[in-house]
Design a protein around this ligand. Sequence first.
Ligand code: GLY
Length: 395
Amino acid sequence: MKKIALFVALLGIGTAKAQRPINVREEFAFAAKQYEQMLKAHPDTTKFPQSTNPDGSPRNMSSSWWCSGFFGGSLWYLYEYTKDPVWKDAAHRWTMAVAKEQYNTRTHDLGFMLYCPFGNGYRLTKNPAYKPIMLTGAKSLATRFRPDYGVIKSWETFKDRAGQRYDYPVIVDNMMNLEFLFWAARESGDKQLYDLSVAHADKTLENHFRPDASSYHVVLYGDGGKVLARRTHQGYADESAWARGQAWALYGYTTMYRETKDKKYLTQAQRIADFYLKHPNLPADKVPYWDFNAPNIPNEERDASAGAIVASALLELSTYSPKSKKEYFSAAEQILQSLASPAYKAKLGENNYFLLRHSVGHKPGKSEIDVPLVYADYYFLEALLRYDAMQKKRS
Ligand code: GLY
């Protein structure tokens, strides 16, 4: 019996492909060259790099778009790695360009918009100008929480594919804005911000997930916080698993565990990771199709942004999960290898100067299909920094 076990083990060693470590230095050297050109191509800080239009031209958006904080955030990550003041100056300019959104109470995306640029900037420089902007923004975001519903409202209104309109939609993406509120609760001493984040995460845990830990995209609330319906917006179908939604959920509950140390959030993050990693429709390179249930797999677009978000989340989750540490770390490493390969990474000077190709913004809305996306780059750089820190700790 022992002999058979040894033979099987040796066979495994013989056939398993050794996983190359990522060359983080090379990745950042490339990112710096590519983003130098991106900066030159964007002299106007009211036009935020977002993606590529169908005609190939750069797609830019205004500061009120949910993605406006990612470019500044990526510039901070470049500064963090290179320590070159050129990136600090550029990051500051693109961060301040979003400042007016601190008063925006019509979106739940203030975590993305403000915490990615100002939060990273404050972490790295302690610039005192950044803090009040974030605290005002956190208060604006908190106005969207209804205590009787126990959940933050995502969008003002939502019309489903059958034309039914709802006025209290909550999307799973909203889990990503809680990190910002936890920071603000700590910095301001306002415990309400902490409590409402926990309430939101609990209500989402209760209502957004199927028994297999996959997430619905949109839950429609009404009447005292009752669930009226569960729908999709960017996914293939109401009952499908939209890939980026699963990524937001994984990242969100990993963050919830970091902030609260409540084991139920860790369990949820691990269940979501397992859903993702064990899914039969996850391709061998571990970068998902845009929806796990898209009808024409394998002839469907990949979503590199979901892969990048998952890689970053798995790296953190691996540090909380002794039993699955190796599995999560190695899966994240594999995703990063895939994204850093020519299959996804752009050539220098191409791709409108974004780093990654092949993301999907909103396929059912016929928007941003198989394109670069600013947040794919942001989470790719974040994951590389996390990976680098973990490798240095190991050695
Ligand atoms: N929060 C919107 C998206 O993930 O596309």
